[in-house]
Write a protein that binds this ligand. Sequence first.
Ligand code: CNA
Length: 254
Amino acid sequence: MSIKQDVQLCSKLMGKARSTVVLSGAGMSTASGIPDFRGPEGLYSGKNGPTMESIFELESFVENPAVFYDFYRRFLSVVDRATPTYTHRFLAAMERESLLFGIVTQNIDALHQKAGSRAVYEIHGSIWTSRCLHCGREYDYKTSKKMAFSNQTPYCSCRGLIKPDIVFFGEEVRHLRECMDMAKKSDLFLVLGSSLTVAPASYLPSMCHGTVIIVNKGNIPFTSSIVGPKTLLMNYDLDTFFSTLNEELKLPIR
Ligand code: CNA
């Protein structure tokens, strides 16, 4: 199928759908300059230093927080400068036009919110708050960022280690009940820029009772336990796909 045919099919399904839900992944933000994990230039590709496990596992973090904070300072420098992509802005326009029920995002970069989306569920947490692992004291973004940049590793006044409220491997995800409810009620589920390898987010598409459209550049491990028989895989760059789609839909993009 050509991109035009795929776009037409997507447009037709969007026109018919009563409840469309999006699951977004790191591929959503690569055009904003934030590397993904498993894409060709991703942080997992081995080109960018330590493995993700050594950075995002709680045990490794507690043992050697400097490895995480080293990565985190670089990540924040990129995220602070990043602006939403065409696709982020397209999804915000869909919501304004009542064509989108909600977004479950695995991203921690807040670009959906920067683009104007409101119904966003950050299933892997966010960088906007941090917490002392010992006494639970909460730190806002500005304070925790300042601490991360001025100290090698930020510690609380109680001497506990401070960790951003992003979900590490093995930790419980956020808003799972709401995300599952949305997925179960959806009749169109769009998976955008995700390799669908991180559970339980990867299981959400299989809860949709209608069509699942995966728009992702490059292959993903495509297993029937993750997505059902009514799944369409569209192998495109997101901004190319949605700007082509909007030639048909003509949603006002801000
Ligand atoms: P992933 O495993 O890195 O997969 C991303 C997928 O997107 C890959 O298959 C890429 O080929 C594909 N891709 C990259 N660029 C594009 C593009 N322009 N158009 C279409 N497809 C593209 O990322 P997942 O989100 O599936 O993995 C979940 C992890 C990644 C979550 O825990 C996130 O917190 C984590 N992550 C988030 C960010 C962020 O917040 N921006 C960045 C890096 C990793």
